[in-house]
Design a protein around this ligand. Structure first.
Ligand code: ZN
Length: 230
């Protein structure tokens, strides 16, 4: 379940159950503290490892395996996806608009975690945050057609087509091997009709205004783990 926490951030109950990580879906009202890495997001399926010099690179998925390294995704209608592997102890932040969704940025990230870090997709946990919902995400017939195999568009009485971007990305994660029970999206609000708490590009048409969603493995956790080994 995705729900608002008392501090104003939205969180996934699935990820909140992991004591080795911190995560926040930011809003227009709740901005995470600075000190995180972000990408120059280009609606691609490019995955970037959070190494030195990663900040500001072009891409749409960031991966961090080092405790304390905070990574973020910027969105205003697009789907922010936060991923975690409790076994390998790594995290990822993914930006999925309709273009990135169709390029399978979610699945590409899962495959990258497997090939590069040895993650088993069956262990991955995923949370999909506030983004434009199927209530409001109207697309043209050409785009609706592209989503047919993934998450068929809903048609209203006037024949307008609406796509569920969160469900499309959940489907891609399932296809990449992430168990359905490990994908948390229920309760995520719509940025378009959810009120002024959220930035919505479609509603406001203001470029460059974004919400930040952050995830990181806890540094203190690895320190205490290390101390326990001595
Ligand atoms: Zn809506």
């Amino acid at each position: 379940m995705i729900a608002r926490s008392p501090d104003g951030f939205w969180r996934s109950s699935l990820l909140a159950g992991q004591d080795w990580l911190d995560h926040q879906f930011g809003t227009a009202a709740a901005a995470p503290e600075g000190g995180f890495l972000t990408l120059n997001q280009i609606h691609s399926c490019r995955v970037v490892d959070a190494l030195r010099g990663a900040d500001g690179q072009e891409g749409d998925a960031l991966v961090a395996c080092e405790p304390g390294v905070r990574i973020a995704v910027k969105t205003a209608d697009c789907v922010p996806i936060l991923l975690a592997d409790p076994v390998v102890r790594l995290v990822a932040a993914v930006h999925a608009g309709w273009r990135g969704t169709l390029k399978d940025v979610a699945g590409q990230t899962v495959r990258h975690l497997s090939s590069r870090y040895g993650s088993d997709p069956a262990n991955l946990l995923a949370a999909l945050g506030p983004s434009i919902g199927p209530c409001c995400y109207e697309v043209g017939p050409d785009v609706a057609l592209l989503f047919q195999d993934l998450s068929p568009a809903r048609k209203d009485r006037q024949g307008r087509a609406y796509v569920d971007l969160r469900e499309a990305n959940a489907a891609l994660l399932r296809r990449a091997g992430v168990p359905a029970a490990h994908i948390d999206a229920a309760g995520a609000p719509c940025t378009f009709c959810g009120g002024p708490e959220f930035h919505s590009w479609r509603r406001a048409r203001v470029a460059g205004v974004r919400m930040f969603s952050v995830i990181a493995a806890r540094k203190a956790f690895s320190d205490s783990k290390g101390a326990g080994l001595n």
